[in-house]
Design a protein around this ligand. Structure first.
Ligand code: DGP
Length: 142
């Protein structure tokens, strides 16, 4: 497996070198909206520690990311009036991974509404900003 590249786009977001629509942060994890959402509220949860994917992440960091993903899924059910949640997590190119800092996708779903294809369309900044505010408030209220 290739080694971790500290110049991947999510590493730059974690260092504050690039912006994001943040919904949650603690000492070990950061969560922000996917800018090419497959459904409204599509969120990415990352460990702060460098990890390429499930193959090299520490079990404790992965467990913490899972805890944060659950918190976000529960909040997203109300914030986006969702009927369900899809969780996705890809590993290496062959596994569908495009950005090589581990991340878990939390995707709110409505009954009968298909997800858009991966990375198909950039959402408008004002829409993402409003959604991030709404989801962050729902997480903080839990
Ligand atoms: P994957 O590695 O296959 O899990 O896909 C990466 C996801 O990251 C994809 O859904 C699109 C999203 N994405 C790509 N670039 C950026 C970015 O600069 N900011 C944010 N927030 N999301 C991004």
């Amino acid at each position: 497996m290739p080694s971790y590249d500290p110049n991947n786009i999510f590493a730059k977001i974690l260092r504050g070198e690039l912006p994001c629509y943040k919904v949650y942060e603690d000492d070990k994890a950061l969560a922000f909206l996917d800018i090419m959402p497959r459904a409204p509220g599509h969120t990415l949860v990352l460990p702060k520690a460098p990890a390429r994917n499930i193959l090299d992440v520490s079990p404790d960091d992965f467990a913490h990311v899972a805890r944060v993903a659950q918190k976000i899924a529960q909040a997203a059910m109300t914030a986006f009036d969702a009927d369900g949640i899809t969780i996705q997590q890809f590993n290496e190119g062959a596994g569908g991974q495009v950005v090589f800092h581990l991340h878990v996708h939390v995707i709110p779903r409505k009954s009968g509404v298909a997800m858009k294809p991966p990375a198909s369309e950039k959402e408008k900044p004002e829409v993402l900003a409003a959604q991030a505010k709404k989801l962050a408030a729902a997480i903080a209220a839990r």
